[in-house]
Ligand binder design. Structure first.
Ligand code: ATP
Length: 320
């Protein structure tokens, strides 16, 4: 394969730039040409494609977001959209594609491969909710961003003897809440993967208060319910001086951590290795600290993301 392209798609994640940089530089190192596609699948269909040189990916390893921009483009789920995309790729003489994004983006890569165009997926999302990998690009940065906020919220919670419900992103996955909850010393973690009883939450806060505890931090994954709704339901069990903090999109931004930059660089290098061998229909990942590649169809159809629920149990044991 002599000419490949990269796009970023779906929700942006810190480290996507580091991955695009690694793909570009590694491909050039291997004697290939690289094209960047702006705005994900929307830009692919529109032909918003340009050649990338070594310098085009300079000074971006430390930046959040994606210099290739991203977009939601539901039209790519149709055969018509996919064929138009392939037409554009062929027009530019591109033979393989690297897609950096979440599972929706993987479906796009899968569709292209099924049409005979080799595409490789790199998991990029803060939610860490993609099967086939233990970690996604952006997750480590996101939990560190949440942690920074939690430490600050703790100061004010203690000063005013308040209970804070901290709502964090993650779509339907509880990974961000679990990791940031344990790291931030949350009293209660509430995630979609585990049922909870509001009465138990209220009892726990009350017991802490009786022991003279000043603050109470509840880490709530957005997939459970909105923070304000949670606080309202909690208030039915007593007055806990509750406040709600919705961290929202702040968690998606910022400079990627060292771990995310290294992970992104490894994924980028691996994706190029695969395309160089003419292999498509694969997604890269990290499993037990080893960089792996798996079949996209199998990953999407049979793989299921499972958060580390031992963190949930542990938190119950250590957040007395
Ligand atoms: P995140 O979950 O982090 O937001 P994502 O990649 O899952 O990332 P989606 O919005 O689900 O985000 O998907 C991104 C894009 O991938 C869509 O806008 C669409 O262009 C394409 N896509 C999604 N599903 C399919 C599909 N079934 N077939 C082809 N393309 C798809």
């Amino acid at each position: 394969m002599k000419r490949i392209a990269i796009l970023t798609s779906g929700g942006d994640a810190p480290g996507m730039n580091a991955a695009a940089r690694a793909v570009t530089r590694k491909a050039i190192y291997e004697g290939m040409e690289v094209y960047g596609i702006n705005y994900g699948y929307a830009g692919l269909v529109a032909g918003d494609i340009r050649k990338l040189e070594i310098a085009d990916v300079g000074d971006i390893i430390q930046r959040g977001g994606t210099f290739l921009y991203s977009a939601r483009y539901p039209e790519f789920a149709t055969q018509e959209g996919q064929l138009k995309g392939i037409e554009q790729l062929k027009k530019f003489g591109i033979e393989g594609l690297v897609v950096i994004g979440g599972d929706g983006s993987y479906h796009g890569a899968l569709a292209l491969t099924k049409h005979g165009f080799p595409a490789v997926g790199i998991p990029g999302t803060i939610d860490n909710d993609i099967p086939g990998t233990d970690y996604t690009i952006g997750f480590d940065t996101a939990i560190n961003t949440v942690l920074d906020a939690v430490d600050k919220i703790r100061d004010t919670a203690t000063s005013h003897v308040r209970t804070f419900v901290i709502e964090v992103m993650g779509r339907n996955a509880g990974d961000i809440a679990l990791w940031a909850g344990v790291a931030g010393g949350a009293d209660v973690i509430v995630v979609p993967e585990q049922e909870f009883d509001m009465k138990d939450v209220a009892t726990k806060i009350a017991e802490g208060r009786e022991r003279g505890k000043k603050h109470c931090l509840i880490m709530l994954a957005e997939g459970v319910m909105p923070g304000h709704e949670f606080a309202e339901k909690l208030s039915e069990y007593g007055d806990f001086h509750e406040r709600v903090s919705v961290l929202g999109h702040i968690v998606r931004g910022g400079s990627p951590t060292a771990r995310d930059r290294v992970l992104a660089s490894k994924f980028g290098g691996k994706a190029v290795d695969l395309l160089k061998e003419g292999k498509g229909g694969l997604c890269v990942g990290i499993r037990n600290e080893e960089i792996v590649a798996a079949d996209i169809v199998d990953t999407l159809e049979n793989g299921k993301h499972k958060p580390d629920m031992s963190l949930y149990t542990l938190n119950q044991e250590i957040s007395l």
